[in-house]
Write a protein that binds this ligand. Structure first.
Ligand SMILES: [Zn+2]
Length: 393
């Protein structure tokens, strides 16, 4: 069947050749419409020998300024179909021609780099794109692909350098992405080298003042050093940075307020927060937890019971059942079993960009490879239907 697919580019090519010959016929003396090599190539194709067919086409279609685009288009078709080695051969053939202009050569080199990226030979791709950066007018693609390579290799210092070069060209604002790279470096640095971590966080915030991840790292540094008041200052700032990430800060806030013996202050802050963001289930559950710690289980149950009427959520229901006495030895364990399964199966984090969801907060989306798009989500009862569908992870 493979040769059938091969006919696609062949059809495009033959159409082009036919048109070319049509014009030739009109202006030149009558000659055979096709080069005999064309039929040889076709024969190879019909015998399912696409590689020999490529050789014929490469020979047949001499490289000049008019045919460069045809070569590039044909190679592109191969790459799109995953036949990277064939794309590479066509691109290498192009590059070897001395007749190409600098711009055409750069274009072919960039395309060859993309072939290498597709084939997973990142070191070759890197080498090629770096060579392109040294050319008189390096294509923008070279910068972007190098950034992708360094991201894949998790070479954060080089990724930062490349992102800054792209940023300097004024085509893209990569501040939030550069900030994530500094966070990656900070997370890799031992928590004992506090000053290094804080220095990296400073760079992260200089590139994106609203980087929640950097704030969380910074707060953790202070918590580990028992500087809870200082940690609080940073954690309370997250609501202004991006309130969607507040659920991530709640366990840290609880720890700080507990250590400072100020649970009552946390309680009033949570009440106020829920007035500003009434749908924040995680804050409601945290408040129930604080109420339980301050006034006992019954008060926490009363609070959640009343809250769930207006703001139904699976996590809320689950907490309410866990708080309750097993007064009904048959019903309560049964419902608890269901809510436990639902909470466990629910994905806590989703990427609104590509729909990826999971249980862990990835700052770099595994689905669409964007930075900082994945967000904490709360499971409301309305989402029950999706949860009841078979889980596929
Ligand atoms: Zn995504």
């Amino acid at each position: 069947m493979e040769w059938l697919f091969f006919l696609l580019p062949l059809a495009a090519l033959s159409g082009w050749l036919a048109a070319r010959n049509h014009y030739k016929k009109r202006y030149a003396k009558q000659s055979s419409p096709f080069n005999p090599d064309y039929f040889k190539g076709l024969n190879y194709l019909l015998n399912e020998q696409p590689d020999k067919a490529i050789d014929v086409f490469i020979r047949l279609l001499e490289v000049n300024s008019e045919t460069v685009e045809t070569h590039l288009a044909l190679a592109n078709l191969f790459r799109k179909r995953g036949e990277t080695d064939r794309a590479i051969r066509i691109h290498q053939n192009l590059i070897a021609r001395p007749t190409l202009t600098q711009q055409q050569r750069n274009l072919a080199l960039a395309e060859l780099g993309l072939d290498y990226m597709n084939a997973g030979v990142l070191d070759r791709a890197e080498h090629l794109f770096l060579e392109l950066l040294n050319s008189p007018s390096p294509p923008f693609q070279a910068f972007e692909q190098l950034l992708r390579i360094y991201e894949q290799e998790k070479d954060w210092p080089k990724a930062i350098e490349m992102a800054k070069k792209i940023q300097a060209q004024g085509k893209k604002n990569l501040g939030p992405v550069i900030s994530q790279f500094y966070c990656e470096l900070a997370e890799k640095t031992s928590q004992n080298s506090t000053s290094t971590v804080l220095e990296l966080i400073k760079h992260a915030h200089a590139n994106d003042p609203n980087c929640v991840r950097a704030t969380l790292i910074e707060a953790n540094v202070h918590i580990n050093a028992n500087k809870f008041r200082k940690a609080l200052k940073f954690l309370l700032h997250i609501e202004q940075q991006n309130y969607l990430y507040l659920p991530e800060s709640l366990p840290l806030l609880l720890k700080c307020y507990q250590q400072l013996n100020k649970l009552d202050a946390f309680e009033s802050w949570l009440h106020a927060l829920l007035k500003r963001h009434p749908n924040m289930t995680s804050a409601r559950i945290m408040l129930a937890d604080v109420i339980q710690q301050q006034y006992g289980g019954q008060k926490a149950q009363d609070y959640l019971h009343q809250q769930l009427q207006e703001h139904p959520s699976i996590e809320g229901l689950h907490t309410l059942i866990s708080l309750g006495e097993p007064s009904n030895p048959i019903l309560v364990p049964l419902i608890q079993g269901i809510t436990t399964t639902l909470v466990r199966r629910g994905h806590r984090y989703t990427c609104p960009h590509c729909g990826f969801s999971g249980k862990k907060l990835h700052w770099h989306c595994p689905g669409c490879k964007r930075w900082g798009t994945i967000r904490p989500t709360e499971i409301h009862l309305s989402a029950l239907e999706t949860l009841l569908e078979p889980s596929h992870e």
